[in-house]
Design a binder for this molecule. Structure first.
Ligand SMILES: *Cc1c(COP(=O)(O)O)cnc(C)c1O
Length: 361
């Protein structure tokens, strides 16, 4: 029987960090960089509210959330667009900028959604080499051609846990052709306390050719509600509003995000907690010759190069003890694992299990 034909798109679909949630609640999930402290208590109050008007469509322009963001982060209300996760904003940016055969440059180890959405449009994705798991400005510039439309970077980067400092960011923008859009994904910026670090939003608030991505999925703990936002020149934002699905952000997501961003205490507490546990876990792993990145985000890229067991065996042993971490095969990073910082009960249990594992090898 002949049937309508659809486009043949050559991509590997995104595989989320393994989750044990549905099958067995006892698993400890340290594979998706989710918030270790859950959500702000202010967020929880929203679900107790009885007058939710579920039968009404949500606000298509997320005005309350944009007001809250613009007030809290001192940025321009008119330059903000909200989406169902920053994920959706990445998709919209690709739809807006890319034609078939245009080129996109990504650091070789970068968030998988950049390549997926670029390829769906039919753009060509070029990967720039990193140096010791760090983005190289020089190698990005080497990949530029007349067809380059967008350069995506996450800073700090997932899954490597490294970052470009302020000087390096400025140099990248300066040396990159002005007509190429630089997208900086600030997903983990809150966790980075290094003095030479600056978030994309802070540095490029007024830029016309830098676009910023932000999410509520990580530190703020709203991953399941799907809420994130983009920030850029008004002309870009207006064009994005023309193509976005009208009710992409649901009412719960918007209201929870307003509460989340207004609770500065929760942000501070989460960051302090992350730095403390991140360093503790990093140092414990060093004892077994497993090295990792500095604590500038809420996860560790564990490198087993000098360790007496392989990352694969270690992951299996963790799993046997009901701990799930992220394997990095899709990223083509060998003999490494990505471990999210959990809550204190999870972290203590993890360290106990690791000790046990190395006693027996
Ligand atoms: C987790 C993550 C995001 C968040 O995506 P959402 O769609 O907002 O949940 C974005 N960028 C990077 C680099 C991430 O690691």
């Amino acid at each position: 029987m002949s049937v309508p034909k659809f486009r043949n798109i050559k991509i590997k679909a995104y595989k989320p960090g393994k989750s044990g949630i549905n099958k067995n609640k006892k698993y400890i999930k340290l594979s998706a960089n989710e918030s270790s402290l859950g959500v702000s208590t202010n967020v929880k109050k929203i679900f107790k509210n009885k007058n939710l008007f579920l039968h009404r469509y949500p606000d298509s322009k997320s005005k309350d959330l944009r007001s809250a963001i613009s007030k809290e982060l001192k940025c321009d209300y008119n330059k903000i667009i909200c989406g169902a996760g920053s994920d959706e904003i990445i998709q919209l940016i690709c739809q807006l900028y890319l034609n078939r055969n245009d080129e996109v440059i990504l650091p070789e180890y970068s968030f998988l959604m950049y390549r997926i959405y670029s390829k769906i449009i039919g753009a060509k994705v070029l990967f720039s080499k990193e140096v010791d798991f760090k983005i190289s400005v020089k190698n990005i510039l080497k990949k530029v051609t007349k067809k380059t439309k967008i350069v995506f970077i996450a800073n700090p980067n997932n899954p490597t846990g490294t970052y470009l400092n302020k000087k390096e960011l400025i140099s990248l923008r300066k040396k990159l052709n002005k007509k190429i859009l630089l997208v900086i994904d600030d997903a983990y910026h809150e966790y980075n306390l290094k003095k030479d670090f600056i978030s994309g939003l802070k540095l490029f608030k007024r830029s016309k050719n830098v676009f910023i991505l932000r999410t509520f999925s990580k530190l703020y703990g709203l991953a399941s509600l799907r809420i994130g936002w983009g920030y850029g020149d008004k002309k870009i934002i207006n064009a994005l509003y023309q193509i976005k699905p009208p009710f992409n952000v649901n009412m719960f997501a918007e209201r929870c995000a307003v509460e989340a961003i207004s609770d500065k205490g929760f942000v501070k507490k989460s960051v302090r907690y992350n730095t403390f546990w991140g360093n503790k876990i990093k140092n414990s792993f060093l004892k077994y010759n497993i090295s990792s990145n500095e604590i500038v985000c809420n996860f560790l890229l564990l490198n087993f190069k000098k360790c007496k067991i392989s990352s694969k065996l270690f992951m299996k042993k963790l799993f046997n003890n009901k701990i799930i971490v992220r394997n990095l095969e899709e990223y083509k990073i060998k003999n490494c694992l990505r471990l999210s910082i959990g809550n204190s009960i999870e972290n203590k249990y993890l360290l106990k299990v690791v000790k046990k594992i190395f006693k027996n090898v």
